[in-house]
Write a protein that binds this ligand. Structure first.
Ligand SMILES: [Zn+2]
Length: 157
């Protein structure tokens, strides 16, 4: 098998082993849009092994914060994060879907306290919080209303 080579970057982050088809969601999580000012490369549907494909996202001059890493773990639980400094991989980690996620996905139940307009207007807003019940497939349960959330990637904040 011919190995796919990523063009080296001086400083930044390479997110590898993203589930095929999810690269654009990763880009969205990173807040990358038409106003981007650093080099971003997106490679989709690269052969990863004999039968599997992956996406890769490479962002120059950017390291990820814990919230971004948690979000990526929810939509691409197999991703690896390579931190590049001066052309060297200084740190390589696998994302870890957390046991609980707070403030990164919204509950699908419109009557949940975390979506309550009254709460938003008159009280401190209640930050949505979920227990990660299963990773494959990704399933979250709201700690407030116990509604199960099956497609967290569609409810990212
Ligand atoms: Zn809820």
């Amino acid at each position: 098998m011919k190995e796919f080579k990523i063009q080296p970057i001086k400083n930044g982050t390479v997110i590898d082993h993203i589930d095929s088809g999810k690269a654009l969601k990763v880009i969205k999580i990173l807040g990358i849009d038409e106003n981007v000012s650093s080099v971003v490369s997106v490679v989709m549907h690269v052969q990863s092994s004999k039968k599997t494909y992956k996406d890769i996202v490479k962002v120059e001059d950017r390291e990820l914060n814990p919230k971004e890493l948690d979000k990526i773990a929810l939509i691409a639980p197999n991703a690896t994060i390579n931190i590049i400094r001066d052309y060297e991989v200084v740190k390589k980690t696998k994302v870890h879907p957390p046991e609980r996620v707070k403030g990164i996905v919204r509950c699908a139940n419109p009557n949940c306290i975390t979506n309550s307009r009254t709460a938003l207007d008159t009280m401190e807003p209640v930050e949505p919080e979920f227990i990660v019940e299963s990773v494959k497939p990704m399933r979250l349960r709201c700690v407030y209303c116990e509604r199960e959330l099956e497609n967290p990637e569609e409810h990212l904040i």
